[in-house]
Design a protein around this ligand. Structure first.
Ligand code: NOJ
Length: 579
């Protein structure tokens, strides 16, 4: 029996080939977006830090992988107190990465290969080195320079108590105290993240105007999309109250405040004033799916990262619940869902899925938790196919296509992340998912530098990564890289994948089976035993080898297969049966 998920009874998206997809204004509804952490992707000049020259040289690799767009984590001038999310100048490229002229060339060269560019805008805060903050520090309390931020007198008779006790996203406090020119303690300033990332005051119209100008600056240079950092945090309650015990909708003093929507309507108007679709993509961590989807109304953001799926533990019931919940949440606003298995803030999928508790919590990352990497890799392969078959757009974090695990034993002198230091090392931080990619060769840093094989990389990849190099995987038909290439090639040619409807197929317990269009079927077996595949289907791609049994082909545990129904009129009457 076939069931139709009620939330998914939309018309199928028209089938398109790759070239028409790049010319297509709705590219963001189905696009495959590859996330580059520039510092760790490829080093073009031999200084051990990834850069734009390295990325330009590797564009053919990305073309072959089969992506539609690249999202760059911040590439601007930055003291790197938070890996670039502390921006000192939003209109200039950090000299360690290259120049603005080179970024313009990169945007053009990528587009010639059919790859769009998405940049990262960080509107909640700036670097403490940003001119505005330096001016504010040198200005008097109450000045227009300080009004761009949240400067505040301290509480208590001497002003030495901080204005609120809100928790910091990186651990520690959200207020730091300034020093007056005469050496006496001065006002406090707010920072929801590191003290080197002062929060901007979005109640000030100057901040709104400046960001609209920054968007235009980059849209004028051919950028096709903006990933909006910490998109739900910008607006604060100017009264600075403490956080209520159970804040109702819109009642939290620093998260998901109603005024944000007007700001994003302004951004959308800027985006819509350009030809083609300039997509706005929100980094929005909100458990309330209705509040989450409100950002995706037609005159606000285009899409937002779906973190719910990524944080869920491996398990069919759990994952199906997340899929249904997120698709249903997007339905009323007619926005496509996104599928994300990891990013530069998250423990690598291969490591997560190999742990006995494979759920993920950004604020409770764990150190020293054992992981069965063989199991994790198997599940990550299954998850890649599963998510690539679901309706919406797809994000791939650099190195996931190589199946890289988290590096959990970086020495102290290689740790950079403020999450590690601000938590006194109780949080492992995010350096372990930001280790430079292994490209070729047998020894670290595996050809990270294009000009000098021996140039040490800014973080040293482990010796075991010899088995993960792109060069080795390129010629291995069973590698993760080969799986990703095949997967994206099929997705590109298959009109029913990406945005559009899906229909669940009733199936054995712990099996996630669904149809896209008339003839495409995804079966993910998360049960503990092999399942027999329905007759009349031809396998297109499977994450593990299928096993021939007397009553048909079987799909092993923790794997996904993509199938083609051979006769488009054929209906799946039977369920995938257990072996
Ligand atoms: C979210 C980014 O993804 C993360 O890397 C960063 O540390 C915080 N926002 C603060 O900008």
């Amino acid at each position: 029996m076939e069931t139709v998920a009620p939330s998914q009874q939309r018309e199928a998206a028209p089938s398109t080939d790759h070239d028409s997809k790049t010319a297509d204004d709705t590219w963001w509804r189905s696009g495959v977006i590859y996330q580059i952490y520039p510092r760790s992707f490829a080093d073009g000049n031999g200084d051990g830090t990834g850069d734009l020259a390295g990325i330009r040289a590797r564009l053919p690799y990305l073309k072959e992988l089969g992506i539609d767009a690249i999202w760059y984590t911040p590439w601007y001038v930055s003291p790197l107190a938070d890996g670039g999310y502390d921006v000192a100048d939003y209109r200039a490229i950090d000299p360690a990465f290259g120049t603005l002229a080179e970024a313009e060339v990169l945007i053009t060269e990528a587009l010639e290969l059919g790859i769009r560019t998405i940049i990262d805008i960080v509107p909640n805060h700036v670097s403490a080195q940003h001119t505005w903050f330096q001016q504010a520090l040198n200005a008097a309390p109450g000045s227009p320079e300080r009004a761009r931020f949240w400067f505040h007198k301290g509480l208590g008779p001497n002003g030495d108590e901080m204005p609120t006790h809100w928790p910091n996203n990186f651990g520690g406090e959200v207020w730091s105290r300034t020093t007056n020119p005469d050496g006496t303690p001065g006002e406090w300033y707010l920072h929801l993240f590191d003290s080197q990332q002062p929060d901007l005051n979005w109640s000030n119209p100057e901040i709104i105007d400046e960001h609209e100008q920054i968007l235009k600056f980059w849209f004028d240079r051919g950028v096709a999309g903006i990933r909006i950092d910490s998109a739900a945090l910008l607006v604060k309650d100017p009264a600075l109250p403490e956080i209520p015990e159970n804040p109702g909708p819109g009642e939290h003093p620093n998260t998901d405040r109603d005024e944000l929507h007007e700001i994003y309507r302004g951004w959308r108007a800027v985006a819509d004033s350009y030809p083609g679709s300039r997509a706005l993509i929100g980094e929005i961590w909100l458990p309330d799916t209705e509040r989450f989807a409100a950002y995706l109304r037609p005159d606000e953001l285009h899409t937002a990262f779906n973190f719910d799926f990524m944080t869920r533990a491996w398990g069919a019931t759990n994952l199906r619940e997340s899929i249904d919940m997120m698709l249903a949440a997007h339905e009323p606003v007619a926005a496509p869902a996104t599928w994300v298995l990891s990013n530069h803030d998250v423990t690598r999928a291969v490591t997560r899925y190999g742990r006995s508790d494979s759920s993920f919590d950004f604020l409770k990352k764990r150190r020293g938790v054992p992981s069965d990497l063989e199991l994790g890799t198997r599940r990550a392969r299954a998850a890649a196919l599963l998510t690539a078959a679901l309706p919406g757009s797809l994000y791939i974090y650099q190195g996931d296509e190589l199946g890289l695990p988290e590096v959990e034993d970086l020495p102290l002198d290689q740790m950079h992340d403020p999450m590690f230091f601000r938590s006194n090392g109780t949080d492992p931080g995010r350096d372990g998912c930001r280790v430079p990619l292994p490209w070729r060769g047998d020894d670290p840093p595996f050809g990270f530098s294009l000009t000098d094989d021996h140039a040490p990389a800014w973080l040293t990849p482990p010796r075991e990564w010899a088995r993960y190099t792109a060069a080795r995987q390129d010629i291995d038909p069973d590698s993760m890289l080969t799986l990703y290439r095949r997967m994206l090639a099929i997705r590109r040619d298959e009109g029913s994948l990406g945005d559009g409807p899906m229909r669940w197929i009733d199936s054995e317990r712990d099996v996630l089976a669904f149809r896209r269009g008339e003839s495409f079927v995804n079966v993910s077996n998360l049960s503990e035993h092999p399942v027999t595949l329905p007759a009349g289907c031809v396998p297109l791609l499977s994450s593990m080898p299928l096993v021939e049994k007397p009553d048909g082909m079987t799909l092993p545990t923790d794997s996904t297969v993509w199938l083609r129904l051979t006769d488009a009129r054929q209906h799946l009457t039977g369920e995938p049966r257990t072996a």
